[in-house]
Design a protein around this ligand. Structure first.
Ligand code: 6PG
Length: 232
């Protein structure tokens, strides 16, 4: 519904600024409820942010980390978001965090989605923090234009949990939290970098179908204010 743009001069400054905001939100969650939760995205953008966040001095043993979405690939794959998070976030002070993967070594992505939904249902709702990314096609999470289950994923009436998604631009089958799981995070962030993504964001903020640019679901219908973090 409402968006706030946080602009930084460099990616490094953004990584620190976002790590400050996210660690403060996690610490507030721990103070209020004893535990806190965060769902993060993969892709190339979040690496520096993960490394900055990992160094923050909070009670990481009380934090559950999971993924907004994942490829249906094992953690040994270099396409795995689990691997990205292990390498960049779950070390230093943050090594004490509890990580819940979405990928499971099941016979199908559908079976893995059921297992991931069951496992992550143990996390209190809403998430304390959700950090979304955005592709140049306007996707966020694994809400891809033309995705096999896009309408289900973005329907506010679809329950919280993890479902599968396949799409031309997505490569492997994906596992993704639904819109209803993500949009009401206590701190809802969209992390994008580069002039190209700013152009994509401006287009998404204009008129048009949500299905053409699924980031519009968050821009238009998220229950929480969307905090947009951008650097050139
Ligand atoms: O790749 C993933 O794991 C996420 O599904 C995806 O939503 C990502 O956040 C965007 O595609 C942006 O990716 P880049 O940061 O690589 O541009």
């Amino acid at each position: 519904m409402s968006t706030t743009l946080h602009t930084f001069d460099t990616g490094a400054a953004l990584a620190e600024g976002l790590a400050d905001a996210v660690s403060a939100a996690l610490a507030a969650g721990i103070a209020a409820r004893g535990t806190a939760s965060i769902a993060v995205s993969g892709g190339s953008t979040p690496k520096a942010f993960f490394q900055a966040l990992a160094q923050k001095d909070i009670a990481w043993d009380k934090v559950t980390v999971t993924l907004v979405d994942e490829r249906f690939v094992p953690p040994e794959s270099d396409r795995s978001n689990h691997a990205l998070v292990t390498a960049n976030l779950l070390h230093g002070p943050a090594a004490k965090a509890h990580f819940l993967p979405l990928y499971h070594a099941a016979a199908s992505a559908e079976d893995a989605a059921v297992l991931a939904s069951n496992e992550t249902a143990k996390i209190g709702v809403p998430f304390d923090v959700v950090v979304l990314g955005m592709g140049t096609d306007g996707h966020t999470a694994s809400f891809f234009p033309g995705g096999t289950q896009l309408s289900r994923a973005i329907d506010a009436a679809t329950p919280r949990g993890v479902i599968t998604m396949e799409a031309e631009g997505a490569g492997e089958p994906r596992l993704t939290f639904t819109f209803s799981s993500l949009h009401d995070a206590r701190l809802l962030v969209l992390h994008i970098e580069g002039e190209g993504k700013k152009v994509v964001l401006a287009k998404a903020e204009g008129q048009g179908d949500e299905a053409e640019m699924p980031i519009r679901t968050m821009l238009r219908r998220a229950a929480s204010p969307l905090q947009i973090y951008w650097a050139p």
